[in-house]
Design a protein around this ligand. Structure first.
Ligand SMILES: C[S@@+](CC[C@H](N)C(=O)[O-])C[C@H]1O[C@@H](n2cnc3c(N)ncnc32)[C@H](O)[C@@H]1O
Length: 239
């Protein structure tokens, strides 16, 4: 009987470990290929599952971004881990947005969904396959760089933060999300939880780092790249 009990306990532990690794943490600890593969599998259902509301995206993302970029006539925006194109859709829906958006994602399936969305199909939006840890863009090109609900899935969030900062023009706006609350416990070692990302951004030389509550398990963090600073691909501070 003790042997059966131990066997069942072991099975339960293994089952939970598999559930955590593939479902709760969405493959994050198996590397970017597995994460992208899992997103490819759910891409067609992603928007239905998330049920994000355009009015919320306008209120919490697009309009505050426009305000932060009001001094820039035709802003160039980079959305890293763009998924099904939530940020491009929200920005392009704003009458006052006269700029262009480039969405980068590692999952062809998610980009495929984005490219079918009427709100995203525009001469002012490009979609590119690429990895957040090695962005296919030059240094200091973008007026704003956005990365929402992505960092916790990347093998090295610090490296991604360096890449996001590298792509930003001096004085440019950074907007990222931070997984917080009980949900952050599923991502040990991934800079999740309140205060950690903010500290990492300050170490990279970002300024005016401000946090606001967004969703139950996500904060939004806004920051600006110092007007005279820059980072090259190696993460070396210039300026
Ligand atoms: C939870 S979705 C968020 C999508 C979008 N940012 C949004 O807010 O709706 C996470 C996205 O990040 C992408 N992703 C995960 N790891 C990535 C990486 N290393 N490089 C690029 N994209 C990545 C996934 O393919 C997926 O589309």
């Amino acid at each position: 009987m003790v042997g059966w009990g131990m066997g069942l306990l072991l099975l339960g532990v293994l089952g939970f470990a598999a559930y955590w690794a593939l479902v709760l943490s969405e493959g994050a600890y198996f590397g970017p290929r597995v994460v992208a593969w899992l997103y490819d599998r759910t891409a067609a259902r992603y928007d239905r599952i998330k049920n994000t509301q355009p009015s919320d995206d306008a209120r919490y993302l697009a309009r505050p971004l426009l305000l932060a970029l009001e001094a820039v006539p035709d802003p160039l925006v980079l959305d890293v881990g763009t998924g099904t194109g939530r940020v491009p859709a929200a920005l392009l829906a704003e009458e006052d947005f006269c700029g262009r958006v480039l969405g980068v994602d590692r999952s062809p399936g998610m980009l495929g969904q984005a490219s079918c969305k009427p709100g995203v199909v525009s001469e002012r939006c490009g979609l590119v396959l690429g990895d957040a840890g090695s962005l296919p863009v030059g240094d200091a090109r973008f007026d704003a760089v956005i990365c929402l609900e992505v960092l916790e899935f990347t093998a090295c969030p610090q490296e991604v933060l360096r890449e996001l900062t590298r792509a930003l023009k001096p004085g440019g706006v950074l907007l990222i999300s931070n997984r917080v609350g009980l949900d952050a416990l599923w991502y040990p070692g991934r800079l999740c939880g309140r205060g950690r990302l903010e500290a990492a951004l300050r170490l990279l030389g970002l300024e005016v780092v401000e946090t606001e509550t967004w969703q139950t398990y996500y904060d939004l963090i806004w920051a600006r790249k110092a007007p005279s600073a820059g980072l090259d691909r190696a993460g070396t501070q210039r300026g």
